[in-house]
Design a protein around this ligand. Structure first.
Ligand code: FES
Length: 158
């Protein structure tokens, strides 16, 4: 990993205005920005780690913890909202014991909310990795996570 960070940094000049592109590049490569990466970026740009965290806190896109094996995207778009997206999100949180932006302690699941996952006709829906689970109910959510570790193999669209 250290060599990869170095190769990413070498693509950018040492100007502080390169911070956001560097953070984006690191996250694209590793899926998140590790403490080690922050330290290296700090040295490279000659700014403090606190400055990095301070600037990046304005951008919801940056993740500083390792993502889970399964990424859950809970839709909060209009079509899903009017069909109970908030209730579905609450059930996901209850099942996993985490909230938006968090990862379960076993690193199995990360949860985030999105504006639309492009399956409005199936509202309310969530996506686990690349699989859409639509027309969900509280019970449907519970069923998905009662099979934890099976990577969301159930089909809740029927
Ligand atoms: S609004 Fe939820 S999929 Fe489009």
């Amino acid at each position: 990993m250290p060599e990869k960070i170095e190769s990413i940094l070498q693509k950018y000049s040492r100007g502080q205005d390169e911070l956001i592109p560097i953070l984006q590049g690191v996250q694209k490569e590793f899926g998140y920005i590790s403490l080690e990466s922050v330290k290296k970026i700090s040295r490279y740009l000659r700014i403090t780690e606190n400055q990095i965290y301070g600037v990046s806190s304005f951008y919801a896109q940056f993740r500083f913890t390792s993502p889970g094996r399964h990424l859950i995207k809970a839709c909060r778009g209009t079509a899903c909202h009017v069909r109970g997206a908030q209730r579905i999100l609450e059930e996901v949180k209850k099942q996993l014991g985490i909230t938006e932006g968090e990862t379960t302690p076993d690193l199995e699941y990360s949860l985030e909310t999105v504006a639309c996952i492009g399956c409005c006709a199936l509202a309310p829906c969530i996506m686990i990795n690349e699989e859409v689970h639509g027309r969900l109910s509280d019970k449907g959510v519970a069923n998905i996570f009662s099979k934890k570790g099976t990577e969301g193999e159930s089909d809740d669209t029927n």
